[in-house]
Design a protein around this ligand. Structure first.
Ligand SMILES: *[C@@H]1O[C@H](CO)[C@@H](O)[C@H](O)[C@H]1NC(C)=O
Ligand SMILES: *[C@@H]1O[C@H](CO)[C@@H](O)[C@H](O)[C@H]1NC(C)=O
Ligand SMILES: *[C@@H]1O[C@H](CO)[C@@H](O)[C@H](O)[C@H]1NC(C)=O
Ligand SMILES: *[C@@H]1O[C@H](CO)[C@@H](O)[C@H](O)[C@H]1NC(C)=O
Ligand SMILES: *[C@@H]1O[C@H](CO)[C@@H](O)[C@H](O)[C@H]1NC(C)=O
Ligand SMILES: *[C@@H]1O[C@H](CO)[C@@H](O)[C@H](O)[C@H]1NC(C)=O
Ligand SMILES: *[C@@H]1O[C@H](CO)[C@@H](O)[C@H](O)[C@H]1NC(C)=O
Ligand SMILES: *[C@@H]1O[C@H](CO)[C@@H](O)[C@H](O)[C@H]1NC(C)=O
Ligand SMILES: *[C@@H]1O[C@H](CO)[C@@H](O)[C@H](O)[C@H]1NC(C)=O
Ligand SMILES: *[C@@H]1O[C@H](CO)[C@@H](O)[C@H](O)[C@H]1NC(C)=O
Length: 872
């Protein structure tokens, strides 16, 4: 294999060259094409094709490449097409609201959305976020997240996503996308794929087989594609030797061909490593476009892997024109698909991500032109009500010996104890990237955060309530002054003690936790504080604000601890949402979206924190599909003894009885139809690249005075062009066979055919009905779940099936009874998937049935791509 390195490549990149790479298979990057069977898509595609056909080579390249880190006012911004009045795309973090702006909401984290088990609430959260991004003039919201999925409980960014259960994450990501995009904002499913930890995220090489890929990590992305997601962000890590953003297996083969993804792939910030490798392997947009720092001697010749370098590669035929045209058509189709109205009427960004000042330079690095950079547009509307509802309904009651709900009329005194209950004395945004635990924690840290417009701490909410209802209120903030904590707690009839454990992204750290958590215990002396309070007050309630499970068995067993609640990262209405549940104003419906093991070891997965050679650490994911509850339930191990609270656990204030379970086969008799078909030849849009049109691809005369420092432009530099050094092949990819540039008719993959993959994967096979009765004395909400074990020789794949409750947790009053149906499905071929929403048949379900004897195990025609992970 020939590795071509270029003088311009960063030394870092050459050093991280993979030791053994996946050979480049030469699968050409799939192009999107008309689809008259889908009128909405077809209309968007036609508008996009008409638009792209008018563009020149450099205008096309402009839309594929960011103008550089902090080059514009958005976190990511592409070049524009001034000739047609088309402003470049504005991209903004993150998955729980608009980052780096004021007057926008701080929503609950993804894991909290999942904990509601409510499609309605998850959709509403997406809609509200979409409205806020739109209101700020943002084109692309950089979320939601399905990677990290949550392989390890310490995973730094797990909370940004939903749940380690791929089925729940799939439902949640799809509803979030539908919500965001319904408001005219392109959603971005990220981080694709296997970005499961923060340690070594920029170099780790995850080696993974076909089964684990399809049934676990790819699964929710299939749901995202099926929901019509407009963009996908490729991740920092490598997969089978090759960086995700230059990886034809994950981008060309799995995402764009098997899953039939018709939107665009953008790089995570700085995750692109080459010009040709990324272009031929399916990347469509380079972010932030430059090398995320001032140009240096080691930067590539254009200060970018794309921009002028991509123009040059197209001129030289190294990247075929159809590939560039496909990139831009994908970008513009996603735009027209979600954008209501004409492209010229869309609001421009009305903020700067880099300053809160009202006026400042439009372009930071040129310090000009001086203008209004922040209009401080308030986009919060009435979203606080939804945020409060989400906070309350995502709170999981893990333990309750009967103390809850508290009574406003009979409770006489209350003690609120711990730093995590109180306001940060310097304000909720005083720590950059939320990287501290001073005061109550309501989101993790890193780029998945926002500024809080305000943050209602539990102490504030509970003090207000106490004053209103004549409850005597005691409180103390220190987690370390256990004497004061005990004297405060012993004053009150009920003591609520708060504790936290947080995590985030690796560019910031707290107490040596560089993103991933170093352990699974509580932070800031939390366990000692809980023990101290429980020692003196028999009515102790524990409230946890954590980024995932913590080791809490001691509190579960403690006789004086009457209740334990997990409130996750609830966002700006934290205290109000919690109080609503504590006092029974909201029926608790939160269910744990992950398993609470008794210790870290019991999870059976290892976070890689030490590597012999940090430039090329490698991971094999030996547990295969068995993460979280699948691990605890898998063959012969059992949850008993190793789990404090299971996945899906959560108590309410009443009791339900189940009866009359009926399982009915409703489909799957017709067999599975393999997708056959051929693509059209790759379309070339507009004028064919003319290598003689030098004026067309070099900087216009007189532009020099307008040039913005550090900005990435699409024009070719004649010196670089003639030196032949302008384009770089990806280290670790090797040569590109002719097939990689073949724009001729291609066979479609048997597993493909539709957005989300073959329709057969979504057929509902069984319907399960059960009667659910409220047998208690209060109204309550039930989230019905079904765990099934698909038995095979010597093994059992635990499968968690959820029912209609996924769409609408049902409120039941005693003594009325209500029945609900749940629909589940089972194999073969690959795990069937839910029918799309809205659907007459209600819910679905699934988990990971074993692929049967290769009849259609994710339909891979290339032998090198098939393979099964070992059974545990
Ligand atoms: C590319 O975008 C930049 C930034 O918006 C703009 O200055 C430049 O004129 C554009 N180039 C072309 C060829 O339109
Ligand atoms: C990736 O690596 C795994 C484990 O080594 C192997 O089973 C699988 O076939 C590889 N996939 C590709 C596409 O190379
Ligand atoms: C904001 O304005 C202040 C006062 O004019 C100035 O000192 C500061 O540098 C500005 N900040 C930014 C990021 O432009
Ligand atoms: C925030 O908490 C840290 C310890 O976690 C402490 O060192 C620091 O002084 C606190 N900062 C403020 C502003 O209170
Ligand atoms: C609170 O106590 C005061 C005085 O003891 C009494 O007037 C008031 O009605 C009480 N309020 C409530 C809500 O019980
Ligand atoms: C008690 O809580 C209130 C409301 O948050 C706060 O203002 C006060 O400082 C707290 N007191 C102590 C001793 O922590
Ligand atoms: C776990 O990590 C937290 C945060 O760094 C720390 O406060 C705590 O002491 C650690 N626990 C143990 C048992 O080391
Ligand atoms: C073109 O590239 C050469 C060599 O890297 C550089 O010296 C020159 O400044 C560039 N010209 C322009 C207009 O950017
Ligand atoms: C191009 O590469 C050659 C060696 O491959 C090197 O000598 C030359 O300096 C490079 N030119 C530029 C402009 O980078
Ligand atoms: C499932 O829930 C939906 C929404 O509440 C309802 O319309 C439908 O009738 C339910 N299906 C069954 C079979 O109960």
């Amino acid at each position: 294999m020939r590795l071509q390195t270029s003088a311009g490549l960063l030394p870092l990149i050459s050093l991280t060259t993979a030791l053994t790479e996946t050979p480049f298979l030469g699968f050409p990057s799939p192009w999107i094409s008309p689809d008259p069977s889908d009128a909405e898509w077809q209309a968007a595609y036609e508008k996009a094709a008409a638009f792209v056909s008018q563009l020149t080579l450099t205008e096309k390249v402009n839309l594929t490449t960011g103008t550089g880190w902090e080059g514009d006012r958005c976190i990511g911004k592409t070049g524009s097409v001034p000739r047609l009045g088309f402003e470049g795309f504005c991209l903004m973090d993150g998955p729980l609201g608009v980052r780096y702006v004021d007057k926008a909401s701080a929503f609950p984290a993804g894991m909290n959305a999942a904990a509601t088990f409510s499609k309605r609430l998850i959709r509403a959260r997406g809609e509200a976020m979409g409205e806020e991004f739109r209101g700020k003039g943002v084109d692309v919201q950089l979320g939601p997240v399905a990677g990290a999925l949550g392989r390890t409980p310490q995973g730094g960014r797990n909370w940004e996503g939903f749940s380690p259960d791929p089925y729940l994450t799939g439902v949640a990501i799809a509803e979030t996308i539908r919500g965001i995009q319904s408001r005219g904002v392109i959603a971005c499913a990220k981080h694709y794929i296997l970005n499961e930890q923060e340690h070594f995220r920029g170099s780790v090489d995850v080696r993974i087989g076909d089964k684990t890929m399809h049934e676990l990590y790819l699964w929710p992305f299939a749901d995202a594609v099926r929901a019509g997601v407009g963009s996908v962000m490729c991740s920092y890590n490598r997969v089978n030797g090759t960086y995700a953003c230059e990886n034809e297996w994950v981008q060309n083969y799995l995402l764009k061909s098997e899953l039939g993804f018709r939107g665009f792939v953008m790089s995570d910030w700085g995750a692109q490593h080459s010009t040709l490798g990324s272009a031929l392997s399916g990347l469509d947009m380079a972010m932030p476009g430059d090398m995320m720092g001032p140009p240096s001697a080691s930067s590539p010749p254009y200060g970018s892997h794309w921009g002028g370098a991509l123009t040059q590669a197209v001129l030289k035929g190294e990247v075929p024109q159809w590939r560039l045209d496909d990139m831009v058509t994908r970008i513009m189709t996603s735009f027209f698909r979600v954008h209501v109205g004409s492209y010229t009427s869309r609001p421009e960004p009305n903020f700067s991500a880099w300053t809160r000042n009202t006026t400042g330079p439009q372009y930071k690095y040129s310090n000009r032109p001086w203008t209004t950079v922040n209009s401080h547009v308030d986009v919060q509307a009435n979203h606080s009500a939804l945020i409060r509802e989400l906070a309350a309904k995502s709170t999981v009651i893990l333990k309750n010996t009967g103390i809850l709900p508290l009574s406003k009329s009979s409770l006489t005194s209350l003690a609120v104890i711990g730093n995590d209950a109180h306001d940060n004395p310097n304000g909720p945004n005083s720590c950059p990237e939320r990287a501290c635990i001073n005061g109550t924690v309501a989101m993790g840290y890193g780029s998945g955060t926002t500024d809080f417009p305000y943050l209602i701490s539990p102490a504030t909410a509970l003090l207000g309530l106490s004053q209103e209802h004549n409850i005597t209120f005691f409180n103390t903030t220190s987690n370390w002054d256990l004497t004061t904590a005990q004297s405060t707690a012993s004053n009150a009839s009920v003591a609520i003690v708060f504790a936290t454990a947080t995590s985030g992204e690796n560019f910031v750290s707290i107490d040596g936790n560089a993103g991933d958590r170093n352990n699974l215990t509580l932070w800031d002396n939390g366990d000692a504080l809980i023990r101290a309070v429980a020692a003196v007050n028999p009515n102790t309630i524990v409230v946890l604000h954590t980024s995932g499970p913590v080791v809490i068995d001691h509190a579960d067993k403690h006789p004086n601890i009457s209740a334990i609640l997990w409130a996750g990262f609830p966002g700006q209405e934290s205290g109000n949402g919690l109080a609503d549940v504590l006092f029974g104003d909201v029926h608790p419906q939160g269910r744990s979206p992950f398993t609470w093991g008794k210790d870290l070891e019991s999870y059976g997965v290892e976070l890689l924190t030490v590597a012999p050679d940090p430039r090329s650490p490698r991971q094999e994911f030996p547990e295969g599909v068995f993460i979280d509850y699948r691990w605890f339930l898998s063959e012969g191990k059992g949850e008993r003894g190793r789990v404090t609270y299971g996945f899906g656990h959560g108590l309410g204030y009443t009791e339900f009885e189940y009866g009359d379970l009926v399982v009915e086969r409703v489909g799957g008799r017709g067999g599975y139809e393999v997708n056959k078909g051929k693509t059209i030849p790759a379309p070339v849009m507009g004028e064919v690249v003319d290598i003689g049109d030098v004026e067309g691809w070099t900087e216009p005369d007189g532009f020099e005075g307008w040039r913005i420092p550090r900005y990435v432009y699409p024009w070719v530099n004649a010196t670089v062009y003639n030196s032949e050094n302008g384009t770089a092949r990806s280290p670790g990819i090797g040569d590109f066979p002719p097939e990689a540039r073949d724009g001729g008719v291609q066979e479609e993959l048997p597993a493909g055919g539709k957005e989300g993959g073959n329709e057969g994967l979504y057929e509902v096979l069984f319907e399960v009905k059960v009667d659910v009765k409220n047998a208690g004395t209060r109204e309550g909400v039930e989230v019905v779940q079904l765990v099934s074990c698909l038995v095979c020789f010597f093994c059992c794949d635990p499968v968690r099936l959820m029912m209609n409750s996924t769409s609408h947790p049902t409120t039941l009053s005693p003594p009325l009874s209500s029945s609900a149906a749940l629909t589940t499905s089972s194999s073969p071929p690959t795990p069937p998937k839910p029918s799309p929403s809205p659907s007459p048949v209600v819910t679905l379900a699934s988990g990971t049935p074993k692929p049967r004897t290769g009849r259609f195990s994710p339909s891979i025609s290339r032998p090198s791509l098939s393979g099964r992970a070992r059974w545990i």
